[in-house]
Structures are given as C-alpha cells and as structure tokens.
Write a protein of this length. Structure first.
Length: 93
C-alpha cells in the first residue's frame, strides 16, 4: 500500500464511479472517500478485501486460541494429534 492513499470526495465518486472502480481493480490500492472533508468510506478491490477478511478470521481464531490457552480451556495439542492420527488409521482400514 502506498504511503499516501488516494482521497476522493463523494461528488467525484458520483461522477466517475466506473473509472474509480477500474483504478482500484488495476492498482489494488484503496481510495478514501470523503464527505464534507471527512473520511467516510473506502473503495477497495474485491480480492484485497477478501484477503483482508481471511487474515482477520485467522487473527480472531488465534486470539480465541490464546485466550483458551490462558484460561486452560480446550483440548491439549497432543490429544488432538493423537485423535487425528487415529481417525486417519480408521479411515485407511
């Protein structure tokens, strides 16, 4: 991502929506949309958005796992691996 994002007023978005969509698709750089001089939204290509959402899901799962470890809740790793190995053996039979 560039150091200085593109900033576009909502009036320009209304007039040039198609061109701005092409721009974010080509550059993968987000465009900040302003309204009355304040940032209100971000226009972003779908692939980058989906990548960010996947990374967020992983981060949330990691945070939940860390919380479970601290609270000593959940199944020990060795037990999970043992169970997985047993399921693989049972499926092979």
């Amino acid at each position: 991502m560039s150091a200085i994002p593109s900033i576009v007023p909502v009036s320009e978005l209304r007039q040039n929506a198609s061109e701005l969509i092409k721009q974010v698709g080509k550059t993968t750089e987000p465009i900040v949309i302003t309204q009355r001089g304040h940032a209100r939204a971000v226009l972003q290509d779908i692939e980058t958005y989906q990548q960010i959402q996947r990374k967020l899901e992983i981060a949330e799962l990691l945070a939940r796992g860390e919380a479970e470890i601290e609270a000593e809740v959940g199944t020990p790793f060795a037990d999970v691996i043992g169970s997985a190995r047993q399921q693989v053996k049972d499926a092979a039979v």
